[in-house]
Design a protein around this ligand. Structure first.
Ligand code: NDP
Ligand code: GDR
Length: 341
């Protein structure tokens, strides 16, 4: 029976990963932060549901290195999935220091703990397509040069490179999953996909009248989160550690994602910026207007990020199945179902 520690178990990916590992019979330990409000809604069902494995939660924080070391020394997990940290790119411009502490320095502290552990351990590090930022070419792969354009991307690039250094210098089994956007009904509500699908569902249910967004022309490579956590597990079962791009290879715009989500719920959508006459005509037909609020624009936008996951396909037999518009449709359906009795 394998033992795993998930840092970030209360997040979107951590919750799906915990489900998969428990179903595989793992003993799973998870780190949870003390918060003034209950922050375990994504994993609550795992605490009661019958599973082949066993789940134990520990209070801690990425920045509390001593407690992290204590948990590792006591529970001796063979696999560590490091998914914790400040995950919002836009907010990283407003809180750059905590973003770099959690996503950058804390990962270095974790690597230092692992360097001293007296037994072999495997590490998955949640790197990101944001390490490429403004890449010279598309699609990007594991050999693409790092060129982050926001504090979040800088911190992830720092941590990803350090994982490579510890792998080469100390033989640590450390893998970077260079993941592109992956979404689900468990996505945080201030990411664009969930804002759109929750907004569409609430409008359909008569609980909201409009959705306010930033850059509608931004293009992203959107996949389905449960598929991506499978790749994380596969990386740690491979013979040798490595870095892998996890992506669908297809990008679509925020505008296209929104159109798919709204159409799925039978809502006609009009975009601010379509021109006053067209907007008025559409409004007359009862179309929902998707408005722009400049506060959601970022000081610098990453360029179109689209990944080439050929290495994951050949080495891990993994490929993404669900692409952007399908992701939008599934999320919209799930959000609407959750609102209706
Ligand atoms: P979420 O924001 O949903 O989850 C982040 C998790 O990290 C939560 O469990 C959160 O706890 C925890 N966390 C944050 N700060 C700390 C801290 N100081 N100490 C301990 N735990 C902390 O992110 P996702 O699940 O979407 O992503 C997982 C990881 O993958 C992140 O590192 C993200 O940057 C990265 N990533 C995500 C991608 C995506 O598209 N989803 C793509 C590429 C990379 P709490 O619940 O208490 O807030
Ligand atoms: P991203 O995801 O920055 O790619 O980071 P997000 O959903 O925040 O933005 C995607 C694109 O949509 C544009 N956008 C908006 N974004 C938000 N959040 N809110 C809006 O109202 C809005 N309107 C338009 C953004 O400008 C951007 O271009 C996600 C996170 O999961 C990271 O942790 C991960 O590393 C990357 O994906 C890969």
């Amino acid at each position: 029976m394998k033992t795993a520690l998930i840092l970030g178990i209360t997040g979107q990916d951590g919750s799906y990963l915990a489900e998969q590992l428990l179903a595989e019979g793992y003993v799973v330990h998870g780190l949870v932060r003390r918060a003034s409000m209950f922050n375990r809604s994504r994993i609550e069902h795992l605490r009661t549901a019958p599973a082949s494995g066993k789940l134990t939660l520990h209070y801690g924080d990425l920045t509390d290195v001593t407690s992290l070391r204590r948990i590792l020394e006591k529970e001796k997990p063979q696999e560590i999935y490091h998914l914790a940290g400040q995950s919002h790119v836009g907010l990283s411009f407003e809180i750059p220091e905590v973003t770099c502490q959690e996503n950058g320095t804390a990962t270095l502290s974790l690597l230092e703990i692992l360097r001293d552990l007296g037994y072999p351990v495997k590490l998955y590090h949640a790197a990101s397509s944001e390490i490429f930022g403004a890449p010279a070419a598309a699609p990007q792969n594991e050999g693409t040069a790092f060129n982050p354009v926001n504090p979040y991307g800088c911190a992830k690039a720092f941590a990803a490179q350090l994982c490579r250094v510890y792998r080469n210098a100390y033989g640590l089994f450390a893998c970077n999953g260079i993941a592109y956007n992956h979404e689900s009904p468990r996505r945080g509500e201030n990411f664009v996909t969930r804002k759109i699908t929750l907004g569409a569902a609430r409008i359909k249910a008569g609980k909201q009248t409009e959705v306010l967004l930033g850059n509608l022309d931004s293009r992203r490579d959107w996949g389905w989160a449960p598929e991506y956590v499978t790749a994380m597990r596969l990386m740690l079962q491979a013979k040798a550690p490595g870095d892998y791009v996890l992506a669908t290879g297809r990008a679509c715009s925020v505008r296209e994602f929104a159109a798919a989500a709204f159409a799925e719920l039978g809502l006609e959508l009009a975009f601010e910026g379509q021109g006053p006459a067209e907007l008025a005509r559409r409004k007359d037909t009862g179309a929902v207007v998707l408005r722009i609020n400049p506060k959601f624009y970022r000081p610098v936008e990453s360029t179109t990020l689209v990944g080439d996951a050929a290495l994951a396909k050949s080495k891990l037999s993994w490929s993404a199945k669900t692409i952007g518009p399908d992701v939008a449709r599934q999320m919209a359906r799930a959000d609407f179902a959750a609102l209706t009795p």
